[in-house]
Structures are given as structure tokens and as C-alpha cells.
Design a protein around this ligand. Structure first.
Ligand code: GH3
Ligand code: MG
Length: 301
């Protein structure tokens, strides 16, 4: 059932309007002024607002401006209802963010039609936004762990490299690979392996600062892009993460806990001729070194 908020300080007018709209199948609430309307928005979540222009405290135009400023409420259509036939009032109503204007005394047949138009508009905006959100979330997140995916990682590293180029800022890359993961899969099954990946992703997230981006690079390999960080900083960070990954056993069920370690390869950006590929290659080389030198350790290149 669509929700309509009537912003009107005349109790009688509001009552009549509410009765008419309720009869037409809408859920209706009344706010007596703009401030009250703002206070009710979050809980009532109106699909359409029908507002007077002249109101105590906050008038209709100021209410509209406030709603348009806020991303959460900017798409709620506002129909202004006024006894003024004045062209400048109609213009001002649209400029303030109103989507429509109707004159009093209200012709209900016309109002219902205008509400339908506003609702159609609102519904298509809502579904567009939802689709956009799903697309955006789906295309940058790994579905198993919820971490950023490889595509996002490539994009992020390219952006960060451009910043290094332009501003000479620091940048470090860390590759993280679970030790003997194949053995875990082979011994306990793929689903247990998945549980470990999910748990480990959660542990990695604990250490992430606003300037870090942690991604699932592929399979059981993760990558961390650390902006404003040099090799020394990356080493300290890697040691902390290594500790978090291995300190506590992974609880799979009441009967089963598994110990997991990971190996780390780190590198920092060297300004000349650095590319996404050259950075990844060096971090990978360092990771290989860590594996060769016994695993559960950090190496650098
Ligand atoms: P190392 O210590 O040298 O890294 O040995 P490893 O066994 O971890 O490395 P290897 O590359 O031999 O095996 C990685 C395994 O990770 C093989 C693959 O089946 C498994 N794997 C990759 N992606 C997933 C996944 O999404 N879920 C599960 N359960 N396993 C995965
Ligand atoms: Mg591995």
C-alpha cells in the first residue's frame, strides 16, 4: 500500500484529505508543519508528499529544499497544494523541488491522477536505484567472502599508481596465500575449505584501515593495496596480519578446529616505469620466496 504524507496545518482540511485518500486505498499520515514532516520521514517513509506552501515553523518550499538536499529523501515526489493561482507561486514551487502543483479547492479526481503519476515516477526511480546498487555491489565483490574481487583490485591498483605518479605518494602491495590449502581441502572437503576462506577474510578485514584495500585475488590468494605505506610499513602490517591469521584455530564445528597459516610477499612502488604488472610480479616473487623459505612468513622484494 502506497504511503502518502499530508503536510497541512489545518486539521479540518487534513482530515478531509486523509479520508478521501484512505478510501482510495492509501496509507495516509498528517504532519502539521515542515519540521514535523521532516521528523516523520524516517519512520513513515512516504512514497508521495502533498504539502501546503504556507506552514508554521518550516514552510513547504523550505521543506522541499531540505528533502532534496538529502540523498535518502531527494526522490520522494512532492505535490504542492495551494489556493494561489499565481504563476510565480507555481514556478517557485517547482524550483524548490516540487514535482507537481495543484490548486485548492482540491479536485480529488485530479489529485488521484497526479498521485498516480508521481507514484509511477517514484517506483521507476526506486527500481533503477536498486538495480544499480545490485550491479555495483555484484561487480566489485567476491561472492564467497564479500571482499573486493580481482576486477576491483586491478582498477584500484591502477588508480593508486596514477596517484603515485602525480603526487609522489607511497604505495605498497601485499600478496597473501594460504599454506597447504590443498591439503585442507583434500582432508576435510571443499566446504570446510570455503568456511576457512570466509573466516580468514573476516580476520583480514579486522586489520584494514581506510587507506587499505583488501581483495580476493583468486582461489586462496588475497591481495592488499596499502596507500601511503612504504616497504617498512607493509612489513609491520604483514606481520600483524600473519599473527591474526594463525593465532587462533578456525572453528569449523563443535568437533573440528583447524590451524591455518599463510605466507606473505610484499613490495613497494618504485616510481620509475612501475606498472600494475611489475608490482604484482615482484610481490609474487616475494611470496614464492616466503613459501620456499618455510611458509608462515613474510618476504619482500
Ligand atoms: P602452498 O602452501 O604452496 O600455497 O600450497 P597450497 O596447497 O595452498 O597451494 P595449491 O596452489 O597447491 O592449492 C590451492 C588450493 O586451493 C587448490 C584449490 O582447489 C583450492 N581452492 C581455490 N579456490 C578455492 C575455493 O574457493 N574454495 C576451496 N575450498 N578451495 C579453493
Ligand atoms: Mg596456497
Amino acid at each position: 500500500m502506497a504511503r502518502i504524507l499530508i503536510v497541512n496545518d489545518s486539521a479540518l482540511e487534513a482530515r478531509i484529505l486523509m479520508d478521501e485518500l484512505s478510501r482510495s486505498g492509501f496509507q495516509v499520515e498528517n504532519a502539521r508543519d515542515g519540521e514535523m514532516a521532516l521528523a516523520m520521514i524516517d519512520s513513515f517513509q512516504p512514497d508521495v508528499i502533498i504539502a501546503d506552501i504556507v506552514l508554521p515553523r518550516l514552510n513547504g518550499w523550505d521543506l522541499a529544499r531540505r528533502l532534496k538536499e538529502n540523498v535518502d529523501t531527494s526522490d520522494v515526489p512532492i505535490i504542492f497544494a495551494s489556493s494561489s493561482e499565481n504563476k510565480s507561486d507555481r514556478f517557485e514551487s517547482l524550483k524548490a523541488g516540487g514535482s507537481d502543483y495543484i490548486t485548492k479547492p482540491i479536485d480529488y479526481e485530479e489529485l488521484l491522477l497526479r498521485i498516480e503519476v508521481a507514484l509511477r515516477h517514484k517506483i521507476s526511480i526506486d527500481s533503477l536505484k536498486r538495480r544499480e546498487g545490485i550491479l555495483r555491489a555484484g561487480s566489485v565483490r567476491d561472492t564467497l567472502t564479500g571482499l573486493y574481487n580481482r576486477r576491483y583490485f586491478d582498477q584500484k591498483l591502477t588508480e593508486e599508481l596514477a596517484r603515485v605518479d602525480r603526487f609522489g605518494s607511497m604505495l605498497a602491495l601485499m600478496m597473501i596465500d594460504i599454506d597447504h590449502f590443498k591439503h585442507i581441502n583434500d582432508t576435510y572437503g571443499h566446504l570446510v575449505g570455503d568456511k576457512i576462506l570466509i573466516n580468514l577474510a573476516g580476520r583480514l578485514n579486522q586489520r584494514v584501515r581506510a587507506t587499505d584495500t583488501i581483495c580476493r585475488f583468486g582461489g586462496e590468494e588475497f591481495a592488499l593495496v596499502a596507500a601511503e605505506t612504504d616497504l617498512k610499513g607493509a612489513f609491520v602490517l604483514a606481520e600483524k596480519i600473519r599473527e591474526i591469521v594463525s593465532a587462533e584455530a578456525y572453528v569449523i564445528s563443535d568437533e573440528l578446529t583447524i590451524n591455518v597459516t599463510a605466507s606473505f610477499g610484499i613490495t613497494e612502488c618504485r616510481k620509475h616505469n612501475e606498472t600494475v604488472q611489475s608490482l604484482i610480479d615482484r610481490a609474487d616473487k616475494a611470496l614464492y620466496q616466503a613459501k620456499r623459505n618455510g611458509r608462515n612468513r613474510v618476504e619482500w622484494q
